[in-house]
Design a protein around this ligand. Structure first.
Ligand SMILES: Nc1ncnc2c1ncn2[C@@H]1O[C@H](COP(=O)(O)OP(=O)(O)OP(=O)(O)O)[C@@H](O)[C@H]1O
Ligand SMILES: [Mg+2]
Length: 232
């Protein structure tokens, strides 16, 4: 099952939400984190991953086109913990075709849970991967500029919910975001100084802060209920 996250505006906190979802999911079952943004090794506090081997990384997979072998995905998988693994971006590659992104999304739907960090910027391949996901979720701050972009984005149509990354002092709230997007707000992650410090220190993987773990667990439980999966 593929849960794809996308964001209409850079720096929303999407990669941190993606890492939190995968880390929490891995507490109970196998979880993969597919990184089309390239920040996950740093967010997870990993040493730089070797990108020297050809074919290693999702960028190379996408560059090979829609017929890239699925086995490459297994070969590039980096174990992160007992049940968690990372599909790293690897070297930047020339812009890949939407067909390759759709093929990647379809390949990632197989197996257990995969959380896709679809990265920043208007990559046609990443967009296509979001569009074929089992569940697409928009990650957004309650910001007028982000909402303005979101309503014009083709990824909104296949999305089934919004994840709010909430900072204090915003005029817009969860009700406004839900009304503008026409989607339920399925999780609310706070922006906090102690979370930022944990990310900067690279300790998320070992000690996921409770304000990230809690909304991640609630969101996963809701998705599982909706699909009749992961029954306790
Ligand atoms: N919940 C949070 N609380 C505090 N700081 C956060 C939180 N989430 C993310 N950040 C910080 O905000 C910045 C952006 O986070 P992140 O990289 O997750 O966003 P993104 O949407 O994936 O950005 P990009 O568009 O670059 O991919 C980083 O400096 C990160 O440390
Ligand atoms: Mg990111």
């Amino acid at each position: 099952m593929l849960i794809a996250l996308w964001s209409p505006k850079g720096g929303s906190g999407m990669s941190v939400v993606a890492a939190s979802l995968a880390l929490v999911a891995a507490e109970r079952s196998e979880a993969r984190l597919a990184d089309l943004g390239g920040d996950q090794p740093a967010i997870l506090g990993l040493p730089p991953l070797s990108t020297a081997v050809p074919g290693r990384g999702l960028a190379a997979w996408l560059a090979a086109g829609a017929s890239a072998p699925t086995e490459w995905l297994d070969a590039m998988t980096v174990p992160i913990g007992p049940r968690m693994s990372l599909l790293p971006l690897g070297d930047d590659a020339p812009a890949a075709a939407p067909e390759a992104g759709a093929a990647l999304g379809v390949a990632l739907r197989d197996g257990g849970l995969t959380v896709l960090d679809s990265g920043a910027g208007p990559s046609p391949a990443a967009r296509a991967a979001v569009e074929v996901a089992d569940t697409a979720l928009i990650v957004i701050r309650p910001c007028y500029l982000a909402l303005h972009r979101a309503v014009a984005d083709s990824r909104l149509r296949p999305s089934s919910g919004a994840i709010l990354v909430e900072e204090p002092g915003r005029a817009l709230d969860a009700g406004d975001v839900a009304a503008v997007l026409g989607l339920p707000v399925v999780a609310r992650f706070p922006v906090r100084a102690d979370i930022a410090r944990a990310i900067d220190a690279g300790v998320l993987r070992d000690r996921l802060p409770a304000p990230l773990a809690s909304p991640a667990a609630t969101l996963l439980a809701g998705l599982a209920d909706a699909r009749g999966m992961w029954a306790a």
